[in-house]
Ligand binder design. Structure first.
Ligand SMILES: NC(=O)c1ccc[n+]([C@@H]2O[C@H](COP(=O)([O-])OP(=O)(O)OC[C@H]3O[C@@H](n4cnc5c(N)ncnc54)[C@H](OP(=O)(O)O)[C@@H]3O)[C@@H](O)[C@H]2O)c1
Length: 408
C-alpha cells in the first residue's frame, strides 16, 4: 500500500488510547495525530466529563501549543474512564458510543511505580488490562475491532540473565519489584485471550527523552542516578562497568507502537529496545560526566559492589539522605542485574519503515543537555521555555500533516 493509500485507510479508523496524560501516552497521541489520519478517543481519569475534556486540552496544549484542541476537534475526543472500574467507569450510553466507533485500541495506562504493594499493582496493571481486553473483545465480537496493542515492558524478563527473546515470557524468572511482576502477569492474560482479541504486544525498554530535543516530562529510572552524579552526591557506582543499559527515546517507542498497531502481526511481540545497540554503564557514566562537568563515576563491582548495594540502601534510610532513600532502594536492584533484549521482530517490522533506535551516544547528547539545562526539571522557567520551542516544532509538523490529509 502506498503511504497515501495507507493514510486514507486510516481515516476510517478510530483508536481508543489509554494513558494519554502520561509520558508515553502523550507522545503516542502526538504521533497518531501527526503521522496517521485516525480519529483518537482518549480514556482519561476525571470526576466529570468536563474535567476529562480539560485534561485532554491541557495535554494537547502542552504538545502543540495553545488552541491546539480547537484545531483538532474533529480528530480527538476525551472519554471519562478508569481502567480499574467496572466497565471502565463509562456510562452505558458512552460505552456503547465508543464501542460502535472503535476499530483499534492502544492500552498504555498503568502504574509505573516500583514500590506499590503487589495487590495494588495487580489491580491497576493486571485488572486494568483485563478491563481493556473485555472492551476490545466486545468490539471485536461486533466485527468492528481490528487490533489492540498492549504496551508491556521489556522488563517482564525480570532478573533473567540471557538476552530475552520476544517470544519468551514465562522462563521461571524472578522479579525486582511489583511493577515487573504485575506487568508480566498482565502479559500472560493478553496471551491467554489471543483467540478472542487480536492483540499485538510491544515491550519498550527504559524510555527516556525525545531523540531530537531530549525533552521529557518524567525524570525517573535512569535520570535518578544521573542526577545524583550531576549533583555531586555520589561518586561510586555499585555496578559492573559493563552492566548493560538499554534506553530508547520516547518518540521511537511511540512510532513503534503505532507501526505495531497498523502493520504488526496479531499474536506477535515487538521489543522496542536498543537491543544490540544498547550501551553499558561505563559509556553512560563517561557521557554524563562530560555533560555535567563532573568526574566520571568509579565503579565498584564484584564482592565489594555486592555488599555496597545493601549498605547504600540502609545508609539512605537515615539523616539528610532519607529523601533519596526511597528512590535508591527502587533503582539499586537495576545496578546489580542488567537485562538484554533481543529485538528481531521489531527490527523486521520497523527497519523497512526507517524506524530505528538511535545509538546511545547519539541519544544521550540531547537528553543530557535537556536534563542539564532544565536542572532535571527543577528549573520551571527553563522547562517552560524548552516546552515552547518543542511545541512550535510539533505544531509545524501537525499543520503540514493536516494540510496533506485526503479531502472528503
Ligand atoms: N516509562 C518507561 O520507561 C516505560 C518503559 C517500559 C514500558 N512502559 C510502559 O508504558 C506505559 C506508559 O508508561 P508511562 O511512563 O507513560 O507512565 P506514566 O507517565 O506514569 O503515565 C501513566 C498513565 O496511565 C494513566 N492511568 C493510571 N492509572 C489509570 C487508571 N486506573 N485508569 C486510567 N488511566 C490510568 C495515568 O493517568 P492519570 O494522569 O490519571 O494518573 C497516565 O496517563 C505503561 O504501560 C508502562 O508500563 C514505560
Amino acid at each position: 500500500m502506498t503511504q497515501r493509500a495507507h493514510r486514507a485507510a486510516q481515516a476510517e479508523c478510530s483508536v481508543l488510547l489509554t494513558g494519554v496524560t502520561g509520558f508515553l501516552g502523550r507522545e503516542i497521541l502526538c504521533q497518531l495525530l501527526t503521522e496517521s489520519n485516525a480519529h483518537v478517543s482518549c480514556l482519561v481519569r476525571a470526576r466529570t466529563a468536563a474535567e476529562a475534556r480539560n485534561r485532554l486540552i491541557a495535554a494537547l496544549d502542552a504538545l502543540f501549543g495553545r488552541e491546539a484542541a480547537r484545531m483538532l476537534q474533529a480528530r480527538v475526543s476525551a472519554v471519562r474512564g478508569d481502567v480499574t472500574l467496572p466497565r471502565l467507569g463509562m456510562t452505558p450510553r458512552r460505552r456503547e458510543h465508543v464501542l460502535r466507533r472503535t476499530t483499534h485500541v492502544i492500552h498504555s495506562a498503568a502504574s509505573v511505580r516500583f514500590d506499590l504493594p503487589l495487590a495494588d499493582a495487580r489491580r491497576i496493571n493486571g485488572g486494568g488490562t483485563v478491563a481493556m481486553l473485555d472492551f476490545a473483545q466486545e468490539a471485536f465480537r461486533r466485527g468492528r475491532l481490528q487490533r489492540m496493542v498492549y504496551v508491556s515492558t521489556a522488563f517482564v524478563s525480570g532478573r533473567h540473565r540471557e538476552p530475552f527473546a520476544e517470544d519468551q515470557l514465562d522462563v521461571g524468572q524472578r522479579f525486582r519489584n511489583t511493577y515487573e511482576q504485575s506487568k508480566f502477569e498482565a502479559e500472560l492474560v493478553v496471551h491467554a485471550r489471543q483467540q478472542t482479541v487480536p492483540t499485538t504486544v510491544v515491550r519498550p525498554s527504559i524510555v527516556i527523552g525525545d531523540s531530537r530535543w531530549g525533552a521529557t516530562t518524567t525524570f525517573n529510572v535512569i535520570y535518578w542516578p544521573l542526577r545524583v552524579y550531576a549533583d555531586g552526591l555520589l561518586r561510586l557506582a555499585p555496578a559492573d562497568p559493563s552492566l548493560p543499559v538499554d534506553v530508547v527515546p520516547v518518540d521511537y517507542v511511540a512510532r513503534g507502537t503505532i507501526a505495531a498497531l497498523f502493520d504488526g502481526q496479531a499474536g506477535t511481540t515487538y521489543a522496542l529496545a536498543a537491543g544490540e545497540r544498547a550501551s553499558d554503564a561505563r559509556v553512560i557514566g563517561a557521557l554524563a560526566a562530560r555533560a555535567f562537568g563532573v568526574a566520571p563515576p568509579r565503579f565498584v563491582s564484584g564482592v565489594l559492589g555486592g555488599v555496597m548495594v545493601p549498605l547504600v540502601s540502609s545508609a539512605l534510610r537515615v539523616g539528610p539522605w532519607r529523601r533519596f532513600g526511597n528512590a535508591a532502594r527502587q533503582y539499586l536492584p537495576y545496578f546489580r542485574d542488567g537485562s538484554r533484549f533481543d529485538t528481531r521482530n521489531a527490527t523486521g517490522l520497523l527497519g523497512p519503515q526507517g524506524i530505528e533506535p538511535p545509538s546511545t551516544s547519539q541519544l544521550l547528547e540531547p537528553v543530557l543537555e535537556y536534563a542539564r539545562s532544565t536542572d532535571f526539571g527543577r528549573d520551571r522557567t527553563a522547562v517552560a521555555a524548552r516546552q515552547r520551542d518543542v511545541s512550535r516544532q510539533r505544531r509545524l509538523a501537525l499543520t503540514r500533516s493536516l494540510e496533506a490529509q485526503p479531502v472528503g
